[in-house]
Design a protein around this ligand. Structure first.
Ligand SMILES: [Zn+2]
Length: 267
């Protein structure tokens, strides 16, 4: 096993052998310390982000940054398991941070109840070791992709609608960028129908990907696109070309020389 991140002095304080006794056998003490030394940003605290956040907090990630500008709506509750009926109308990021603290009080957690713009995406890419793309639109995804790509940080992508979903993990120098697999029309609105367990499954997969990237255990979905069909319980892995596309290279050029993406996107 190779450890991907340098250890922080604080990580020893978070090392609780009883709490993590059932996973240390898989991750090793080094892996557990790597989790405790890591910062993960979850962008989008809907169905995907709910599952990813809870599993990453439970696993012992040392610092979490939770980003979502929305408040909890009644129509969220069938799939967004971070929230309950009493949270309707409250900021998702704040409620999510409270849930993380209840689950694992030693974690540093920051709530960011703001829309994602280029400035915030760039800050997240500086602060986080891994960014979870749990948003529901491609415009926001591509902002995250660009920021992560510039900083060489790992972006764990998932998307879901109806009974279907997909996931992959991208990192500069290892894979192509997320724009390589973006639909040609990123403005097209997605389907509004979704079942909770489908986003729960994909969000759980994102947490697993982040744990693997941070600890060096297992093989992340680098250059692979997992396609999940929940209607037939079919899982398919498509191979992606590791070659950098023109969009990958475009991201590394100074911004002033090219057309900019919109300054703000919605989550
Ligand atoms: Zn690309």
């Amino acid at each position: 096993m190779s450890r991907a991140l340098p250890l922080s002095p604080r990580s020893l304080d978070l090392l609780d052998f009883e709490l993590y006794s059932r996973q240390i056998g898989l991750l090793g003490v080094d892996g557990q310390l790597a989790l405790a030394s890591s910062t993960v940003a979850v962008v989008g605290l809907g169905g995907l982000g709910s599952a990813a956040t809870l599993y990453l907090a439970a696993a012992g990630v040392g610092r979490m940054i939770l980003v979502d500008k929305d408040v909890v709506d009644k129509s969220n509750l069938h799939r967004q398991i971070l929230y309950g009926a009493a949270d309707i109308g409250k900021p998702k990021a704040v409620v999510a941070a409270e849930a993380v603290k209840r689950l694992n009080p030693k974690i540093d957690v920051e709530a960011v109840p703001e829309p994602l713009d280029l400035q915030l995406a760039s800050w997240l890419a500086r602060e986080a070791d891994v960014i979870i793309d749990a948003v529901d639109n491609w415009r926001t995804r591509l902002l995250l992709d660009e920021a992560a790509w510039r900083m060489g940080k790992t972006l764990v992508h998932a998307a879901a609608e109806r009974l279907h979903g997909q996931a992959t993990t991208v990192k500069r120098g290892v894979t192509g960028c997320l724009a390589c697999i973006a639909p040609s029309n990123i403005e097209a609105s997605g389907c509004q129908s979704i079942l909770g367990p489908v986003v729960g499954m994909l969000g759980s997969l994102q947490a697993l990907e982040a744990v693997k990237v941070i600890t060096g255990v297992g093989e992340p979905l680098y250059n692979k696109l997992l396609i999940v069909d929940g209607s037939t319980m079919t899982f398919e892995v498509l191979k992606l070309k590791p070659i950098e596309c023109s969009k990958c290279l475009e991201k590394l050029r100074p911004r002033k020389h090219r057309h900019e993406l919109g300054a703000e996107a919605t989550l």
